[in-house]
Design a protein around this ligand. Sequence first.
Ligand code: AMP
Length: 369
Amino acid sequence: MIKLHDKVFKPYLGEDEILGAVKKMATEIAEDYKNEVPIFVGVLNGAFMFVSDFLKAYQHPCEVSFVRLSSYHGLTSTGIVETLLDVPENIEGRSVIILEDVIDTGRTLKQLVHLFSQTNVKEFKVASLFYKSEVYSGEYSIDYIGLEIPDNFIVGYGLDYNELGRNLREVYQLNQTDMINLVLFGKPGAGKGTQAGFLKEKYNLKHISTGDVFRYNIKNGTELGLLAKSYMDRGDLVPDEVTIDMLKDEVEKNPEAAGFIFDGFPRTAAQAEALDNFLQSKDMQVNATIALEAEDDILVSRLLERGKESGRTDDQDESKIRNRFDEYNQKTAPLKAYYEKQGKFHSVNGIGEIEEITGRLSVVIDGLS
Ligand code: AMP
């Protein structure tokens, strides 16, 4: 185990395994290009080690160059990628093979394809040492792959966690077992959002509120927002498929999180099962589901009060509020049994001063593991 900044990583791929994959790629590419002089273009910073070992394994005439792109920290679906070091000169009529350390969602690759499609190269191929096929959503099919790996956060052999770890000879994987993932459970108005705001600071967690993500999308007029709006306006649940995909995206966007607070998700049995399966595929799990309990009448008056301040239309009309309670009773309340069966359900009195309630939640969280 090693520690980089605040996170612990465990060994994942040894030096021999990595070099074996690099040599396999060099052999495959040599088969296709040994009769010409290709230009290998490494993608900085991560690919420097791969490029070095690759070239040592590639025993035929070739040239080497580099490009550098910067994906902004916290890059979202807008996919803005900035070019810091442009395509090499004099590549007209040449065969270019991009050497990438890792391809995951494919956002950087999309930018690379775009960059090179504007040049007059003879041919353009992509070789990636690591490939996360589960999350790749690009259109370009990768030409040469070293190793297919699951979607875990990795460091070492050129790859970093906030710039540390690039000089490791082996590849390490984020140790997820010390993560805390919480589901905050409770009816609308129970205080999930308020409490999540305190808990995320206290335990260094990423807060995902599906309601907030929907509202953000509505405000920005996205396709997702348009789809969700009619359901939300009525106080109905947004269909599972849409909500589950959105939730997965939000988790994917935060590969470095020390854990998550799921607020307003899951709300149906299908969502709970999807969450379990999804987290399992990432070597993660829900550690606890904590319900904030309060009576309906208190919640109605809290929500009507909130509606006056926030302008949320679903909080301003008692019949819509009651409809949300009905949805909760029918679809969400049964999840209590689901999590009880897993020994993960906890209940906390949601009435009292805000700090007092944070204190009650902390007792549950501190008692975990
Ligand atoms: P909230 O802010 O959590 O009260 O959510 C507001 C509205 O967003 C809900 O009434 C639903 O229409 C929609 N919504 C939020 N989370 C979910 C979810 N997990 N499943 C379905 N709909 C949701």
